[in-house]
Design a binder for this molecule. Sequence first.
Ligand SMILES: [Zn+2]
Length: 302
Amino acid sequence: MLKKIILSLCLGLSNIAIAKSVALSFDDGLDPLINLEAQQINNDILNTLKQNNIHAIVYPNISRIGGTEGLNIISKWGKQGHRIGNHGNLHLNLNKNEVNLPNYLQDIQQGHQAFSSLKGFVPRYRFPFLKEGNTIEKREGVRKWLINHNYQSGAVSIDASDWYYNQLFLKYQQENDQNSLDKLKQAYIFHLLDRAKYYDDLALQTLGRSPKHVLLLHVRAINAAWLEDIISSFNKQGWKFIDSDTAYQDPIYKIQPQLLPAGESIVWNIAQIYGVKNLRYPAEDAPYEYSNLKKNGLNITP
Ligand SMILES: [Zn+2]
């Protein structure tokens, strides 16, 4: 009997050990004055999360959500138990030479002023484009600001190109091309699962364990339409959804890599530190997706 209990405990433990976990994060948000479907897209994503009992984190950016109405839409996330972080004001790319440190810090501060009073706000900063600086001065300057302002990492472990698939989604939707939309859905879900496996494998190869992952998505029409399919596909592949607070407890999010240019996925950074060969830069980009799209019957000419 005792043996049986111990065995089942061990099995239980080994199950826990192999269960891969991921938190969902959604960047940017939408401006209802520019995108007439902003409210609907936001509601659809929130409803799917609710139905699946998943708590996520949203990282809004002022230039993407516009004014008060965009902020009202974002505030729904906090009211429904999700976290709200800070993704800045002008969506600046810190790796660009023309973006200097004082302006960048001011931009983070503006994001803080806009979002910190919202219910569910947590002081986490998500770098636009995941770019964390092309000089030591900028990289360390922002890190110092974040520490001094009790901010924590809004890093991701699984980067992906949902923004690019969304562009195609909108194009096919506008053309009423259901056949291409069906193919795109297959390609998109394959892409997300493939990226999740890729970054998890990199972690296994370097850290020797599967970390608590954070997946980067955006508040976009494609995710409003297909989030349910994404969730069920991840579940089928053995992924378990966790909330962002739980995910960010993983020590990988405390690492401050001494790399330049700084940024990308934290797991990708760890792989760089471990000297993993053939890491492409940037880690994710639209042209990398042409072959997956082609495999799914969509010929994209750049
Ligand atoms: Zn963004």
